[in-house]
Every structure is written in structure tokens, then in C-alpha cells.
Design a protein around this ligand. Structure first.
Ligand SMILES: C[S@@+](CC[C@H](N)C(=O)[O-])C[C@H]1O[C@@H](n2cnc3c(N)ncnc32)[C@H](O)[C@@H]1O
Length: 483
């Protein structure tokens, strides 16, 4: 099989079936329509009989192609024997969706259902999409020894982890997912992934990992109808359990990163709910709510995802789901990122925040730094902070906003042009420090100099400064200089 897939990979690459090749062949309009899951422009654009157009129709668009138009060298009989295509009456159809992925590899999954298609099979294997890319962008770029991808699905996270880890274990409860993931890895030239079947951490009892990643079945619904998105656990218990159990499988210093959904329940602060999950772990943790939807928007999104809009059961499914949310007093559903780090500290720090702004990608390039800032700011005593040498982070700009001609600004804002691109309104002292903190001098004498310039009481400044600076350090505007 590996030999067949190696040859197929060679043919796909030679024919230009790559992200850039497909985009160029389709043109901007059809390629953009395809990113919205609209296939008609792409079908029209590939109506000729060139080899690349034929591959796009067969593997990506799921159209039957004339056997005579298949690219020379496509091992049709062998692919049919392996169950990857069917051949009937001179027409080839593919049994899977096979698409090039941004890593340069290929992802094999089931084809996305569209309105009018037969109902989804319950063991549907979802293809790589926005959420997959979202997690891949979040994952730390630090090289890791042992890595676990929990809920590997089509295997896409492994494509991103390959080359950064010494050993990769990938698990899924759905045997069909593991079957297709193995095809993705083989077609991407990745060997040696340890694929195991089972729920949550069951397949890895007693094992520890330097990095655990998961794009889990986070969808919250009254019934676990589709394994690709729902665990069958109650409400948001799957994501909670994933967070709770992860530390038992983290090696010292290890990190766990996942996407999650959580409930907003009337009378409860969602930050307490998610913060509670993290606080129980004993790890340092950072949870970010990137988006929140009301119950109706959420139900519509996921009914649309399974192409159930317009079907006879749509209304009943919608009512049941919404009714269940009502019975649970759910007011919204949050979507976000969770990162845990087993730092070994006896004083673990947890930060839960809402942050929906566009960020610099990949977050994984600086996520360790974010966690370091959050924990460092929290653990510094006031005295240590006053003795520390701070440096303004690279790319921080200052904005002064006020009436034209006014002597003093109404507001001073520090704005990051890199990383999470946060902004923070600051006082004149923090703004002055932003102008002078270059990591060379401790804070104390700098504050004394500022007091002299502004006429403020130096003792007052020393007392107030830590309170104003700690959040700015936690949010990465200032770093503690170690050099
Ligand atoms: C949203 S898909 C993620 C696929 C892929 N990792 C990605 O990033 O696109 C979630 C995966 O979790 C699997 N899954 C569902 N229930 C599970 C469970 N109890 N334990 C482990 N995996 C589960 C599903 O079969 C599915 O493949």
C-alpha cells in the first residue's frame, strides 16, 4: 500500500495538485468560491480534460471523471483494489476527499456534505478545515519529544507536528478516522506514527507526553449524533474532562493545547466555569474566548455543517436542540483556545480572557512567551518588580488621542503591532516608562527620575507603579530583561 501511495503522491505533485497549483488552475473566483464550499465555479473551471483539472474534479470536487481523461500513470486499477476509487462504465469516482494541505502534504477524509446530499454517516471523518488550521496555528513551535494528537480525525495535526517531534501518538475513537489518517500520513510521506483507537486518554494509560494537542469533538448538543464533532458526553463535559485529565499525561514542563467550546449559563460567569476547569489542574493555564454565539446561531451553524438545512427533520432537530439549551439555562456558547503548562510551580497561574481581535500568526511562534509573561507578572513581588529591569516589547507603539492643540492628551494608548496585537490605555507614568525602559536600568531609579520630572511624590509612584505595570507585563507590553 505504501508503495502505491508513494507513487500516487509523486503523480499528484508532478501534475501540480498542490495548494498553489489548484488555486492557479481554478483562478481566483472559483478558488474563493470553493473556500466557501461552493463547487459550481470550480466544476465549470475544470470542465476541460487537462490532467490537473481532472484530478481536481475527482479528488476535491467529488465528480465522476472519464477514465480516458485520467492523467497518464494514475494507477486506477490498484487504487480501485485499495478501495480509493470506484470504476464503472468507464467513469472513475473517488470514495474519499483528497486535498493538498498547507504543509505540502495531503489530507484524506470523507467529502463534505452539501445540501441535497445523502445524510452524513455517523462515523463521518471530517476533512481539514478552519478549526484544524486554527489549532495548528496555536500549537507551540518548541521541538518536543513525545507528542499526542487526541482525536486525530483525518490526521491533519500530525502533518503539522511532523519534524518537530521525536515520537507521535495519534488517537481517535472512530476506527474509520484512523484508517483515513493513515492514508493522509502515507501520502504526505510521514512514517512511524503510532495510531491507537479509543476514547479520551484510554489509549495511553500511564503515558506522558511533552505536548498534547487536540481539536476535540467540542460541539455541545443534546445527543452525540456525529463522532466527528460530538463526543456524546453531557454538555461541555468532554472539553472539561480533557482539561482535567491532561495533566496526568503531561511530562514535567509539558504543554497541552486544545480548541474548546463552553457553555454560558444564566447566573454563572463563563470565566468562572472555564477558570474552574483550569484551576483544578495545578498547571499554569491560559484560556481565550475567541468568539461567542447565541444558542440559535450555534444550532443553525451545526445543522448547516451537516447539510441538514432544508431537510424534513430540520425543524424538529432545531427545536429539540434549542429546547435543550433552554432547559439547561444556556445563554451562549463560547469558542476558544486553552493552553496548559505543567510548570511544576506550587503557585500555578490561570488567566481566562475574552479576546476576539486578529492576531499575528502563527500564535505557536510566541505562545510560550505569552504564558511566560502571564506567570512572570503574577509571581513577581512588588519589591522584585521595582528591582527588575524592564524592556518595552518590540513593535509597541504609543498613540496619544486628544483635542487638536490641547497640551495634554485625553488618552494614551500602547498598541502592539506584533503577537496578539493588544492595546492598553495607560497613565502618564506607564507611558513615560514605555519611553525609557530598554532593559538597562532597574525600575526604581527610573521612577525616581520620572517623579523628579513630573513633580510627583517618589514614594507614591513607587507604591502605585507595580499595580499599573503588572497587567502590562502580563499582556506582553513590557518584558523583564534577563540579559
Ligand atoms: C473535530 S475532529 C478533529 C480532527 C482533526 N484532529 C483536526 O484537527 O481537524 C474531532 C475528532 O475527535 C474524534 N473523537 C470523537 N469522540 C472522541 C473521543 N471520545 N475520544 C477521542 N476522540 C474522539 C472524532 O472521531 C474526530 O475525528
Amino acid at each position: 500500500m505504501n508503495d502505491l501511495l508513494d507513487r500516487l503522491r509523486g503523480l499528484l505533485l508532478d501534475t501540480g495538485y498542490t495548494i498553489d497549483g489548484v488555486r492557479e488552475r481554478l483562478g481566483d473566483v472559483a478558488a474563493t468560491a470553493l473556500s466557501r464550499e461552493e463547487t459550481v465555479p470550480a466544476l465549470r473551471a475544470t470542465a476541460g480534460d487537462d490532467p490537473l483539472g481532472t484530478l481536481i474534479r475527482l479528488w476535491w470536487l467529488g465528480a465522476a471523471v472519464d477514465e480516458r481523461k485520467a492523467p497518464r500513470g494514475l494507477p486506477v486499477e490498484e487504487l480501485a483494489a485499495a478501495g480509493l476509487v470506484g470504476v464503472e462504465g468507464g467513469r472513475i469516482t473517488s470514495t474519499v476527499h483528497l486535498q493538498p494541505w498547507e504543509t505540502g502534504g495531503y489530507v484524506v477524509s470523507d467529502r463534505k456534505v452539501r445540501p441535497g446530499d445523502p445524510a452524513l454517516r455517523t462515523d463521518h471523518v471530517v476533512g481539514a478545515g478552519g478549526a484544524s488550521a486554527n489549532l495548528a496555528q496555536l500549537v507551540s513551535r518548541r521541538p518536543a519529544g513525545r507528542v499526542l494528537d487526541l482525536g486525530t480525525g483525518c490526521g491533519v495535526q500530525v502533518l503539522h507536528l511532523d519534524g518537530r517531534a521525536e515520537e507521535i501518538v495519534a488517537t481517535d475513537v472512530n476506527p474509520r478516522a484512523l484508517e483515513l489518517a493513515r492514508l493522509s500520513w502515507a501520502l504526505s510521506g510521514i512514517r512511524g506514527v503510532d495510531a491507537r483507537r479509543g476514547s479520551l486518554f484510554d489509549p495511553v494509560p500511564g503515558e506522558r507526553f511533552d505536548l498534547i494537542v487536540s481539536n476535540p469533538p467540542f460541539v455541545i448538543s443534546p445527543a452525540g449524533r456525529f463522532a466527528y464533532r460530538e463526543s456524546g458526553f453531557r454538555a461541555d463535559d468532554f472539553c472539561r474532562d480533557l482539561v482535567r485529565l491532561a495533566p496526568r499525561h503531561l511530562a514535567p514542563g509539558g504543554t497541552c493545547q486544545l480548541l474548546a467550546n463552553w457553555l454560558h449559563v444564566g447566573g454563572e460567569d463563563w470565566q468562572d466555569r472555564v477558570g474552574g476547569w483550569l484551576a483544578e489542574t495545578g498547571c499554569d493555564g491560559w484560556a481565550v474566548q475567541r468568539d461567542v454565539q447565541d444558542p440559535a446561531e450555534y444550532v443553525e451553524l451545526w445543522l448547516r455543517d451537516a447539510a441538514e438545512q432544508g431537510t424534513p427533520r430540520y425543524r424538529e432537530l432545531y427545536e429539540d436542540w434549542l429546547g435543550w439549551f433552554e432547559s439547561e439555562n444556556v445563554t451562549g456558547i463560547g469558542f476558544g483556545w486553552i493552553t496548559l503548562n505543567d510548570s511544576g510551580s506550587l503557585d500555578p497561574v490561570v488567566r481566562v480572557e475574552e479576546y476576539g481581535q486578529r492576531v499575528e500568526l502563527p500564535v505557536g511562534g510566541y505562545v510560550d512567551e505569552i504564558l511566560g509573561s502571564i506567570t512572570g507578572a503574577h509571581r513577581l513581588t512588588d519589591a522584585e518588580l521595582l528591582g527588575a529591569r524592564l524592556a518595552l516589547a518590540d513593535g509597541v507603539l504609543e498613540e496619544r488621542i486628544g483635542s487638536p492643540g490641547a497640551e495634554d492628551p485625553e488618552r494614551i494608548v500602547l498598541r502592539q503591532t506584533r503577537g496578539l496585537r493588544r492595546s492598553a490605555q495607560v497613565g502618564t507614568v506607564e507611558a513615560a516608562l514605555a519611553g525609557v525602559c530598554d532593559g538597562l536600568y532597574p525600575l526604581d531609579p527610573l521612577l525616581a527620575a520620572i517623579a523628579e520630572l513630573t513633580g510627583e511624590d517618589p514614594g507614591d509612584l513607587r507604591e502605585k507603579a507595580p499595580e499599573g505595570l503588572r497587567p502590562l507585563i502580563a499582556e506582553g507590553f513590557f518584558h523583564i530583561s534577563t540579559g
